[in-house]
Design a binder for this molecule. Structure first.
Ligand SMILES: [Zn+2]
Ligand SMILES: [Zn+2]
Length: 311
């Protein structure tokens, strides 16, 4: 029996996207139109404009070549000097969130303590939003602070903007700690770009971290379905072409890399090293509760599959 998170459909398409970006509607330097233009011309297939506490309605910009996912980034819990940011993404509309307005539900959240915030997130999840915990390391968030029972579909494991700014964009340790605890979260990657430097400048925070979905088609609905079901991988460079279990044999296919690791939970990993490694097939050890893969190319850029859960 084949098991995989990637959509099993011969007509499926691979689409590259940025799920996290800021425009002049919050603290970014590009307008919505300039941002979409930049990502279109840089080979992306989709993106989300996710301004801080402001829903930038971008639905009219979706065409047959480029898709806009709707959403915003919420300042969550600032009670203990930690600056927790949450991501809300959706396909078309969400009850109670008005287009091109400060998000009023958020504005009225009062002191924004953790409890109020998580009620809001559960509410958004119930209404159909994809709920994500952003850049945990930049927020100085440790995994014990997040309960097993939580409103999140995913954690942002690559945040290029904060990596570029302070080298705090790596959420993979936080993520693996949560997975080791048995908490099921997908891992996404994005730019979180603000573009205070020109787009082609060495200080640009664009085009460094991305999510590639395997979706039924290019529609916002199909891309959201891929996010909800984990039919995607996350990368700063390498491509992943397939990742699946065939019985107790695990397979990964990727662009030329130097290192491939199969990760279970805790110490169940296996690896393959080489100059141009594009495939690794190995057997499960038998004690894994999940299996996922990380690959790294010669430039040190990495890609991450989502976990296939075995329990
Ligand atoms: Zn943020
Ligand atoms: Zn952000």
């Amino acid at each position: 029996m084949i098991r995989t998170n990637f959509l099993n459909d011969e007509n499926a398409v691979w689409l590259k996207g940025n799920l996290h970006s800021h425009t002049t509607n919050s603290d970014g330097s590009l307008t919505v139109e300039e941002m979409i233009d930049a990502y279109k011309h840089h080979g992306y297939d989709f993106m989300a404009i996710s301004d801080h506490d402001f829903y930038s309605d971008t639905r009219k910009y979706t065409d047959d070549k480029f898709t806009l996912i709707q959403g915003f980034e919420l300042y969550g819990n600032a009670t203990d000097e930690k600056d927790i940011h949450l991501h809300l993404l959706w396909e078309d509309s969400i009850e109670g969130i008005e287009p091109n307005t400060k998000v009023s539900l958020v504005t009225h959240m009062g002191e924004r303590n953790g409890k109020t915030c998580s009620q809001f997130l559960y509410d958004m999840r119930r209404k159909g939003a994809f709920v994500q915990l952003n850049h945990p390391h930049w927020s100085f968030l440790t995994s014990p602070e997040i309960e097993d029972e939580n409103p999140y579909h995913a954690v942002e494991i690559i945040n290029y903007g904060t990596e570029w700014l302070e080298n705090t964009g790596d959420g993979t340790i936080f993520w693996s700690e949560m997975l080791n605890r048995g908490v099921k979260l997908w891992g996404t990657g994005s730019d979180d770009n603000h573009n205070h430097a020109p787009i082609d400048d060495q200080y640009s925070d664009s085009f460094g971290g991305f999510t590639v979905v395997k979706a039924r088609d290019r529609s916002p609905k199909a891309i959201m379905e891929a996010l909800f079901t984990g039919s995607f991988y996350t990368s700063t460079g390498p491509s992943i072409y397939d990742f699946y279990l065939d019985g107790d044999e695990v397979h990964i296919l990727c662009s030329p890399c130097e290192r491939i690791w199969m990760m279970g939970h805790f110490r169940t990993y296996q690896r393959k090293l080489g100059r141009h490694v594009t495939e690794f097939v190995t057997k499960l050890k038998g004690t894994e509760k999940l299996i996922r893969a990380e690959v790294m190319d010669a430039a040190g850029r990495s890609a991450y599959t989502n976990p296939i859960y075995l329990d």
